[in-house]
Design a binder for this molecule. Structure first.
Ligand code: FAD
Length: 318
């Protein structure tokens, strides 16, 4: 059976959920082979095997931590040479898109970013994407070589599928470019205790209708009752009410949660571009004509300062 490389996103061997989702998708098109870079491969291997990895290629070197993306591209290129996969899958993130693009150039193939689904086609792997601010759903395939595809978090369920998960050492010869750009320092963001926006199963977002930074507490309270991440429209971010790291949309982050709750957001096309692939969309807006209601599964016409606290109380009471 064809093999599919899955680039593992992990912290000291703790595998993050988007990678487990990739294993689900990889199993649809072949046998998943996981690539773990840095320390913790032994820890990661168990989880990867439980979710379908037939092989785990592991490489550890200071270059992976000290330098930016090129060492990882070198490692993935080495993995492609070992495995000859039909596809290389990476969780979508700014860094992984750069790695994917560089890898595609190196191996003479093509890249598809922010896929939301994958299937095995007669002429190769077919990826589904949402295009032009989510106005269209497109299906694409890379016409030569192994398709390099970044996949949006929350695009597939995490499924247990025990496999061998045989750990093998991946020998990486670093290119001259690998040491070109060095990481000088890392400053971890202060933790809010909430899930990462792009990975969260539920996102509660606020817009201009929230009308002030302090009022975002109403949005945060609902988010916390649901174990959700908090998002914001650009209008709310530009007003200084919420950080840009939480902006959803064309010039913010792209999210695809199971549930997206938009409060006081009109539904401009640039906002939709970042959330329209959410599985269930709920909007709370006092204007019944707001365009957001065109795409929702459930809409509440009302003042968010009445509706959202009631929703929070109801969720908390359950
Ligand atoms: P508004 O459009 O002003 O809507 C506010 C809504 O709140 C209204 O529908 C109103 O009825 C409702 N409301 C008001 N008070 C209440 C209340 N008490 N209770 C309930 N409802 C209430 N936007 C993004 O979001 N993300 C992006 O990444 C992004 N990128 C952009 C890139 C470009 C190049 C451009 C040109 C624009 C971009 N925008 C982006 C901006 C976008 O066009 C809109 O201006 C923005 O999304 C509007 O934000 P909003 O819906 O919060 O505000």
């Amino acid at each position: 059976m064809a093999e599919v490389l899955v680039f593992v996103d992990h912290v000291d061997g703790a595998v993050r959920k988007p990678t487990l989702e990739l294993l689900t998708l990889a199993r649809r098109i072949g046998d998943p082979v996981a690539v773990v870079l840095g320390g913790g491969a032994g820890v990661a291997a168990g989880v990867l095997a439980e979710h379908g990895a037939v092989r785990v290629l592991a490489a550890d070197a200071p270059e992976f931590a000290e330098f930016l993306v090129v060492p990882k591209v070198d490692a993935l290129q080495a993995a492609v040479e070992v495995v000859s996969p039909v596809a290389v899958l990476l969780p979508s993130s700014a860094e992984n898109k750069e790695i994917a693009a560089r890898l595609a150039v190196r191996i003479g193939s093509g890249i598809i970013t922010d896929a939301t689904d994958l299937e095995a086609g007669e002429e190769g792997v077919v990826a589904t994407q949402s295009a032009f601010a989510a106005s269209f759903t497109t299906k694409s395939r890379v016409s030569r070589g192994a398709a390099v595809v970044t996949v949006k978090p929350n695009s597939a369920p995490v499924e247990a599928a025990p496999a061998a998960g045989v750990v093998e050492e991946l020998v990486v010869v670093f290119s001259a470019l690998a040491r070109g750009t060095k990481v000088l320092s890392r400053t971890p963001r202060e933790s809010t205790g909430r899930p990462e926006l792009t990975e969260a199963a539920i996102v509660v977002s606020g817009g201009r209708g929230v009308n002030g930074a302090e009022n975002f507490r109403v949005i945060e309270a609902l988010a916390d009752s649901l174990g959700a991440a908090v998002g914001a429209s650009r209008a709310a971010v530009d007003a200084g009410w919420y950080p840009h790291t939480n902006q959803v949309g064309q010039t913010g982050k792209s999210v695809s949660p199971q549930l997206y709750i938009a409060s006081g957001i009109s539904g401009a096309i640039q906002h939709r571009a970042g959330m329209q692939t959410s599985k269930t969309i709920v909007a709370i807006n006092k204007d019944a004509e707001a365009p957001i209601f065109d795409l929702v599964d459930y809409g509440v016409v009302g003042d968010l300062f009445n509706v959202v606290p009631q929703l929070t109380d109801e969720v908390t009471a359950r």
